[in-house]
Write a protein that binds this ligand. Structure first.
Ligand SMILES: [Cu+2]
Length: 236
């Protein structure tokens, strides 16, 4: 009985304060509770090593950064030169720079989102400039191929299929006019493009098709004519 009271007293006086202290410490030192929260994927930036006109941003494997996933990054930046600086800017208010006339190593915690980011030296903004994309690349512009001739033929194809209907949008249309008697004239909402009747040539047009009916024809022979329609796809 006496010994158990003694033990209880010892707990209150010596062990309980220690437990309390540890509990408080866990709350007050946030790094111990969530160590990963502020540590982004590491990247390494460098500018002007040996006063050279080089500016780089590399991933942990040493590859130049051309594309990143959105998220948090920790960039260790070494500015080697008093002739150059490292300036990173892009969407989401990201705008971090070292001083042109300074040198040294700094660490930036940066969160990037979809879009194009630029890093450059402000003293040599055209010579020392690179960009990288965050998020997926935009879809490639679809290609169409038009042809007039030889003989009385005219076509517009997507791959090997004659175009009958397209979704509205931007297309790269490469036309081969191999006839000196006909031309390739493409017209419709917002578009009127043609080659010369007498000449031969290959040309690529970047065209924006809107909903409606389009025609391609030879201006020299009215019967050499086809149409296709452009529709606006439903919004997903
Ligand atoms: Cu520079």
């Amino acid at each position: 009985m006496i010994s158990s009271i003694f033990e209880e007293g010892r707990f209150v006086r010596q062990i309980f304060p220690l437990v309390l202290l540890l509990a408080i410490a866990a709350v007050l030192v946030p790094g111990s509770a969530r160590p990963a929260a502020t540590a982004g994927t590491p990247l390494t930036a460098a500018v002007g090593q040996g006063d050279s006109f080089s500016i780089t941003l590399k991933d942990a494997a040493g590859h130049a950064v051309t594309q990143l996933d959105p998220g948090a990054y920790t960039i260790t930046v070494t500015d080697y030169s008093t002739l150059h600086n490292f300036h990173l800017f892009g969407p989401g208010g990201v705008d971090q720079t070292t001083a042109v006339d300074g040198t040294g190593t700094v660490t930036w915690d940066v969160t990037v989102s979809d879009g194009v980011y630029t890093y450059r030296c402000d003293a040599h903004p055209t010579q020392m400039k690179h960009t990288f994309r965050v998020g997926p690349a935009p879809p490639a512009t679809p290609k169409l191929s038009g042809k007039v001739g030889p003989g009385n033929t005219i076509s517009l194809k997507k791959g090997s299929a004659i175009v009958k209907a397209l979704s509205a949008g931007t297309y790269k249309v490469t036309v081969r006019d191999v006839s000196t008697k006909d031309n390739f004239h493409l017209l419709g909402p917002g578009v009127s493009k043609k080659t010369a009747v007498r000449g031969k040539r290959t040309i690529t047009w970047k065209l924006r098709f809107k909903a409606g009916k389009y025609t391609y024809r030879s201006d020299a022979h009215k019967k050499l004519k086809r149409t296709f329609k452009v529709i606006t796809p439903p919004v997903p």
